[in-house]
Design a protein around this ligand. Structure first.
Ligand SMILES: [Zn+2]
Length: 266
């Protein structure tokens, strides 16, 4: 009895100690965890062979990256998956899932999605949501961050489950990143800067409004697509994007190249 108490004490202490650095990470810790997680996704995910969509992502991603003005170590991939999803990890590692492409309908809508996701990374929302996840679920995150089984239990999404096998801080990061809920303030900021980035990249900023309409329609009253479930879609968002449109149009008019809506996505 006494021995098992002692062992569980050592067990817990070791796990807590191992996870200490992941509980209060600085930007370079976060970027290192993101890089590890990204490389794992790249190894495990099926990369799309759709030449047209891959070429489109290869056009849009560097334009948005440049428009953000951040000197990240940018990387992107198109994942073959029915998931309606896209993300940009802290440090500039992006992924778009093929499931989102038919919902987008235009290249400019892809620019709007990437602009929004990149803005979460440039404005460091990942670190804030990580801190919130830790505060809200300290014990859970410690277990998740140190054991694969703990991570499996805590993950709500497939993308998260994919990474819990890593264990350690990268698994804790996966839980905080993939099952994240950004605050409303973070979402509004990402919408604002996302629209600015797409305009500077030469895409019609009015398409950002259409994008969220299409996302809402894609859910068809059933369970919302993953992208929507982590991104609140509401009247305020549309009102904001409409309010910011004149300012974004000015930026668009000064863009070195104007691509309008770009290519249609079929
Ligand atoms: Zn968002």
């Amino acid at each position: 009895m006494r021995k098992s108490f002692f062992l569980s004490f050592v067990f817990c202490f070791t796990f807590l100690f191992q996870s200490c650095s992941s509980l209060n990470p600085d930007e370079s810790d976060i970027n290192a965890m993101a890089l590890k997680a990204y490389n794992e996704v790249k190894t495990q995910a099926k990369i799309s062979q759709n030449a047209e969509w891959t070429a489109m992502l290869n056009r849009v991603a560097p334009r948005i990256a440049k428009a953000s003005g951040k000197n990240f170590d940018w990387e992107w991939m198109l994942i073959e998956s029915p998931e309606v999803n896209a993300w940009c990890m802290p440090g500039g590692k992006m992924a778009v899932y093929t499931g989102i492409m038919p919902v987008l309908k235009t290249e400019a809508a892809l620019a709007a999605v990437l602009g929004h996701e990149v803005a979460h990374a440039t404005k460091k929302h990942g670190k804030q949501s990580y801190a919130r996840a830790i505060k809200g679920n300290l014990a859970g995150l410690v277990i998740g961050a140190t054991t694969s089984i703990g991570g499996q239990l805590l993950c709500k999404s497939e993308s998260c489950r994919l990474l819990t096998g890593l264990g350690g801080a990268a698994a804790g990061f996966a839980i905080a990143f993939f099952d994240r809920k950004f605050s409303r303030g973070n979402e509004t900021e990402a919408d604002h800067f996302g629209q600015e980035y797409m305009a500077r990249a030469g895409y019609d900023p009015a398409e950002a409004i259409k994008l969220w309409e299409r996302m809402g329609a894609a859910s068809g009253g059933k369970a919302p697509p993953e992208f929507i479930s982590t991104h609140p879609s509401d009247v305020t968002r549309k009102q904001n994007l409409t309010k910011w449109l004149p300012e974004a149009r000015k930026i668009y008019s000064k863009a070195p190249e104007q691509h309008g809506l770009g290519q249609e996505i079929k």
